[in-house]
Design a protein. Sequence first.
Length: 754
Amino acid sequence: MRTDASPGAVGLPSPFTSMVGRRAEVARIRQLLTSTARLVTVVGTGAVGKSRIAIEAAHSLRRSHRDDIWFVDLEGGSLDVTATLIHDLRIPADSPRLSALTDALAQRDMLIVMDNCDRSVAEVKTVAEAVLTACPGVRFLATSRQPLGSAAEVLLPIEPFPSAGLSESSAAVQLFIERARQHDATFEPNADDLEQIIDMCEILQGVPLSIELAAAQMQFMDLRHLDGRLHSQLDSLRSPSAAAPSRSDSLRHSVAYSWAQCSSEERDAWACLSVLAPGWDLPFAEAVLSKVLGAGVDATGLVFDLLRKSIVERRPADGGSRYAMLPALREFGAEHLIDDEIAHRAQAETVRARLEEIEDLWFSRRQDAILTGIRNDLPNVRMALRYASRQQDGELALTLCTTAYRQAWQTHGTFDEYDSWVAAALATPAKPGQLVVEALAVRSLTHALAGRHALAAADLHAAREFDGPRSTSAEISLAIAAAHCESGDVEAIGWFRRAVELDGEHAFTFRRFNTPERLAHRLLKAGQWEEGEQLNALILEHCSLAGDRFEQSLVHSYTAAEWLALGEYERATEEANAALELKRRLHNPLGVAQNQELLAEIARLTGSPRKGAELLGSAAARWRDLGAVVMVAYPPFEFHRSGVESALRSRLGDETFDKCFRAGAGLDEEASIGFAVSGTTEHAELSSVPRSVLTPRETEVTALAADGMTNKAIGSQLFISTRTVEAHIQNALVKLGLRSRTELAVWYKSQTFG
């Protein structure tokens, strides 16, 4: 960077490269400093671009200040902040006293940009508060890895660029391309190059300095070789031209600076947390830290300290906040682990305890939180399974596979992945026979549910052939697997009855198995409706007492499938709708998709092809959200997607089918449930008022609402209040003659794809 010494910007650096992205952050700083805020601190982890954003904002503010904008860099100089300010602001003073500073600035109208406040946070706070009190025309823009802690401070957290769902126009990708062209002006990425660049930006988690340093390597290697080196970032990412790397041109030096600012206790916690996969919650971290550092450690306080210092970042997630460290920070922490084995064992044991807790608490009012939580926990479950397999710990690996397998794997449709984890666990040399039988039986069941009957039979046979005593849980697993491998209803019903009998009073708590529901379904399928409906009524009674919704929804789903098979479309629709209503906010995309596919089939059979096409689109979106392989036929639904789609395309024509399908795919889960259940009028019958009737802001808010964003999230993105968002949505509904947010989303998607 060169320094701008022109009037109005004393010492303010002028970057050599263009700014990529960050317009919203720069605009927010301008908004804050031109309104009531007098101390704005740009906070974030190292390498995220805090200084660059502050400098860009300061340049944009030059016209707003009658006096100068002054830039003061606190990195590497004196720790005496008062003396540094007096020197850099060119204030004549006999001594570097705070009173000399406040006297000189008392009548000034100016902005002071204080960069790199990390080393002197306490003194920066003291000095800034004194100046703000005595000098009403002075404002501060600070950058720091942690807040200053002043009552006058307004924090602007800076995060890496988004690193999911990237395209050529994404800021992270554009940054890589621009910086790569600095080293090769002829660089024009083709489609294959873009795919690799996107992959690298995802690996680098959108961290600007990491992306810039990676692009600089284009002087020496092609994209393919560069991509292969990024899984270890600390040493592979440094400026090729830096003889003595600094924080701005070496990722390792940037992270090491953060390490130096931490206490020994914070460093120990940082190292321990490096073994966790991103997306952990606070109780999980507390449990691991207590196991590794001792029960008396203030685990919560240590996590909060690392949050304040931007080592740990808090990420919004369904069900509440989750936490993570960026890859380079995790890599650095792992290098400083005193005992790698103890930390990884603590992580795996914490996962085991959480899975056991999920089973214990499952049949309750907490199912929505449990399903949301386990989906967020899956990366750590995978890490624990990798550790157990690597350590050849068969007991731990098999326990992790079988405990809460239904909540962790089956409800997310990840049968193929589950199969691979069981295979790895079974390959360990020493393992308890009872756990082997149970794992084989459970995997047989998952094969059967996915329609892989030969594999199901093979695993069932292997489980039965295994010698040695069997636990009750293993016997129940065998009975359920046998029932699913049987083609005859009488034999299957017999095995289900045996499983219910073995499980005793636990059968109706549905912890690891939902045997009563499967027995009831098989009874209905066999035509034994009286007993099947009596059993369903008993299940629903237990569910009502426990506050359960998940198992209730399954009862309605199974019953809907049987009414559909009998051609009773109205009753099938009632049951499927009841299932979907119960799944609202339950975070069960698999169950939502299956019921929407069932309703799509009913729509096809009852002369509503447009609704059928949209429901197929909505179901496809739920599979996409889930990240699971779409199953061809998942009992009891036996849904044959290709046949239904082909029939609907034939009825509607490709153009109309695709339009309806895309509209359904554009609805979020809640909106799609509303559409399926409420019978919202199809697109052709929705408001024909053109989009131009809405104001630009109403259109903008409607577009974000149609993408599934909450009012709070929309307000945050557009810098308007939640109340204003609500007003815009209400105005749009009135103008368009629509009744609900769901209809508004459907209308907008129909306009978009029209």
